[in-house]
Design a protein around this ligand. Sequence first.
Ligand code: SAH
Ligand code: SF4
Length: 372
Amino acid sequence: MENINIKDLSPTELEEFVSNLGEKPYRARQIGKWIYKKGATSFDDMTDLPKGFREILQDSALIPSLSLIQEQISRDGTRKYLFELWDGNRIESVLIPDSGRFTLCISSQVGCALGCTFCLTGRVGRIRNLKPSEILDQFLHVNSRSSRPVTNIVFMGMGEPLDNLDNTVGALKTFTHPDFIGFSPKKITISTSGLVPKIKELGERISVNLSVSLNAPRDELRNEIMPINRKYPIKELVEESKRFPFPNRKVLTFEYVLLSGVNDSDTDARELGELLIGVSCKVNLIPFNEALPLPYKSPSDARVLLFQRILIGYGLNVRIRKNRGRDILGACGQLAAAYPVEQNLKNLRKNVDIQPLRHKASKGEYENLEAK
Ligand code: SAH
Ligand code: SF4
C-alpha cells in the first residue's frame, strides 16, 4: 500500500486512520496540533505520542509539502507565490495586505474546466484537481513566511472550488477544526461560478462564506461569457445562493467583473438592480483585469462609478474592488502559473477576434517577468 499523505485526511478521516492503526481517536487531535499548529514535518517530532505508534506512523504515512519555487512582490505590496506540485504541475496563490487584513487567495485546481471567456485560468483548461493537502499547503507556506498571520482566506485563485468539492470540503474541515488549523469559518470565502447543485451540497457539509461570480444580469449574456450558465441559469443560481447557510451575521456576496462595452452599460446595471433588489447581499464590482490574450477592456473609472451609483439606487450595498497585484499578473483572473493559454478557445465569445498568444510562457519566461 502506498503511504498516505497525512494532510490529505480531514480531522474525522485522521481519527479513522489512527483507529485502524490500533490507537485511540484522540491521537488524531495530537497529530493535528503537531502538524498544523507547531509545523512538525516528521512523526519523530511528536514527542507526546508513544514511540511505537510513531514508528507505525512512519511506516504508513508521510508529511510532504509543496515546493515554493517563486515569490513575486507587486508595487502595491501584493505577493504572488508559485508552487510546484509533486507531478510537476504548478499553481499560484496571492497574498493581499489591505488595511489590517492579510487576505490569502488560494487555488483549488490546476487550471479550470469552465472556460469563462474573461479568465486566464479558464484558458488554461482543466488539468487536475488539487488534493486537500495541496490546498492546505498554500496557506501553511504563506502563513509561515508572512510578517503577519493571514487573516482571511478566499478561494479565488486558480480553479472552481465546487468542481473539486470533496477535496475542498476536506481542506475546509482541517482549516476550521479548532485542534487543527482553527481558522474562523467567518473568515473563509468560497467563490463559485455557479454550480447550483454543488452550492447546495457545500451548504449541507459546511458553513463558510459564499461569493457568487455573477458577471451578467441576464442569461443570454451570461451564457456567452460563462458557459456554465447554459446548464444553471441565473434565476436558479440566485435562488439557491439565497438558501445558503451563512455563518452568523454574514451575507451572500455577488462578484461582477466589469467588461467594457459588454456588461457595463446603464441598462446592465438596472437589470442587475432588478435581479438583486431585496436580496440580502453585498455586490463587489471588479473592473476587468487585462491579461493577454483576453479580448476585453477594463471600463473607465467614471463608468465603474456610474454603474455603482445605479446599483446603490436599488438599495444594494456595492463596493468597487481595488485591482491589486496587476503588475505581477496576480489579480483576479490573471493566474495561469505560466501555462500556455492558447487552448480552450471554443467557448470564447462569438464575434470577437481572438489573437493567438504571441509566445508560449514557460517557466523561464515567468522568471523573466519578475526581472522586468
Ligand atoms: N472559479 C471561481 C473562483 C476563481 S475566479 C469563480 O469563478 O468564482 C475568482 C474571481 O475572479 C471570480 O469572481 C471571477 O469572476 C473573477 N475574474 C476572473 N477573470 C477575471 C479578470 N480577468 N478580471 C477580473 N476578475 C476576473
Ligand atoms: Fe474557472 Fe472561475 Fe476562471 Fe470561470 S472565472 S474559468 S470558473 S476560475
